[in-house]
Design a protein around this ligand. Structure first.
Ligand code: SAM
Length: 265
């Protein structure tokens, strides 16, 4: 069956052994993509994020932004509304076409590029003031080489004083304390439950249960905060500032989400 027509996720007989970077393309099957906006609820998300990302970009004078994890288009549309020039990348054709549709409904024609981060510079030949990679997306990379390669490709598409803004779940809290995500920030749809189904140092398998009983999974790599920060520094970012649920001061276990702002200069 072609990927486009797949209606069910397929993790084989041993789902927790599936730890491949390229798997995301098959995980985001059309029915899951169609439900994604129920999961993230655009209005609730806009309210909880406020102006955080817009402010961080404006503080640095950024105008031209590459959204590398477009998904269904939430951040691309928020930034277009705020007057930024946005190019929207994703490695999933299903996600990108949903994003295009969503943006049209908001009156924008999305500039989309279908590309995998590991080979981003094959398709992106321009320089940007900022790259954003949001919604716990970097966690899809299961292999350390892929994480390094993807970060290097993002670094390369930034202008000399550019910034990468990347977020992730607070996996340290999950791994160390078995804390349950409260999904206060990103996954705010009331009718959806997002919970860890399986966890070990190399895999966080999340289960998403929707109001109509539909269940989907995502197999992700549980990124520890200092590990992500170190990788960013190793590819060349000079300063990495990490926020916890949008606050600069936070305790290790408290935030659901961490946001890294990595500066090239
Ligand atoms: N940013 C969106 C949001 O917050 O709703 C989408 C988040 S979704 C968890 C992760 C997105 O990253 C998916 O759309 C997926 O297709 C994309 N993605 C994951 N790995 C990728 C890769 N290696 N290259 C390009 N896109 C990738």
């Amino acid at each position: 069956m072609s990927q486009q027509s797949m209606r069910v996720q397929d993790y084989g007989s041993d789902p927790t052994s599936v730890r491949e970077t390229g798997k995301y393309v098959e995980e985001y099957i059309q029915p899951f993509v169609d439900k994604w906006d129920e999961l993230i609820d655009w209005d609730a998300r806009a309210e909880s994020e406020g102006e955080f990302f817009i402010q961080k970009l404006k503080e640095r004078g950024a105008k031209k932004v590459l959204d590398v994890a477009t998904g269904t288009g939430f951040h691309s549309v928020q930034l277009l509304k705020a007057g930024f020039e946005v190019t929207s990348v994703d490695g999933s054709a299903e996600m990108l076409s949903k994003a295009f549709e969503n943006a049209s409904r908001h009156g924008f024609t999305l500039r989309t590029v279908l590309a995998d981060w590991r080979w981003l510079n094959r398709d992106i030949h321009d320089y940007y003031d900022a790259v954003i990679c949001l919604g716990n997306s970097f966690t899809h990379l299961h292999d350390e080489n892929d994480r390094r390669k993807a970060l290097a490709e993002m670094y390369a598409t930034l202008r000399h004083d550019g910034v990468l803004i990347m977020d992730q779940r607070n996996y340290d809290a999950l791994l160390d304390e078995g804390g349950k995500p409260t999904h206060n920030y990103y996954y705010c749809g009331d009718s959806v439950r997002a919970e860890p189904d399986y966890l070990d140092p190399g895999l966080a398998r999340f289960k998403y249960t929707f109001a109509d009983g539909a269940v989907y999974y995502l197999n992700m790599f549980p990124l520890r905060r200092n590990y992500t920060r170190r990788l960013m520094q190793e590819v060349g970012f000079q300063r990495v500032t990490t926020y916890g649920d949008f606050e600069e001061e936070f305790s290790d276990s408290e935030p659901d989400f961490l946001i890294h702002v990595a500066e090239k200069r």
